[in-house]
Design a protein around this ligand. Sequence first.
Ligand code: NI
Length: 316
Amino acid sequence: MAEAGGRRRLAVVAAVSAAAVGVAATVAVLVANASTGDDAAAPVASAAEYPPLESDVLSEEQARARDRAIRQAENARARGLLAPDVRPEDLVAPDGSASVITTEGRDIDCTQVKCVAITFDDGPGSQTDELLRMLSAVDALATWFPLGAVVADSPDRLRAIADAGHEIGNHSWSHPQLTARSNGEIDTQVTRTAELIEELLGTRPSLVRPPYGAISRRVVAELGRLNAPAILWDVDSRDWATRNATSVRRAVLRQVRPGSIVLLHDIHPSTIAAMPRILRTLAARDYVFVTVSELFGGELKAGQVYLDRTDQYRGF
Ligand code: NI
């Protein structure tokens, strides 16, 4: 592939994606909004044909972010979530900033349809691939709250999750109870994790799930200072305690209601084993599986605590 040709293509993509900037700092992901492709008339090479990146054009980090954005868009297209007239490469800026493929394209209004946000903490675990297939089978997007220390050991798992369009939050670096830590330590736990994820994915997670769900007015205020909404849950699967697929399934199905946030941990094989029936049953009840950001229509505010779509925590 000629160098000049490669650069020309990149320039075209840059121009196209300018219309698509402005998508938030949330890690959220996926799904093209057809409107972002309105100006995308110029012919562009398919993702597979992109020339190798040159170090004088893009940093390694930018190159990774761009490649990821292309994979993400390809995934969306494979799942029929991309408008037919939008090509993945049209959505990707040379520096990857167009991970701009947002959940908005799904246009799910959780005030009108039965939404549920499935969340997975403490991982990613060793059965990520299996879980991603299960979710994909029912067109489900979920939200992961990974630990920085785990991500550092298995960055490829996190990339696979993000590539499939799921939302990535932040569950601290090493799972301390934040209420027992100083503000400085909270900052370190959150920021170190966010920086690692940003380095890997090109987008910085904003949602934080405090370990153990332990919060106080001080912790939440500190999270607010770090620009993070605190995401709790209303459906506790207790999967970490029971470690039994049937118990996990029953706990979830008994408690879930429209607008729920479901707490699960994908590091337990029993949780993975419970997922197919949980997903099938909820799909049969007409639930739509959304990310946490989708559940709130992108309206989450830093320094606030969320339990489910309608309730904010007022217990302080
Ligand atoms: Ni946890």
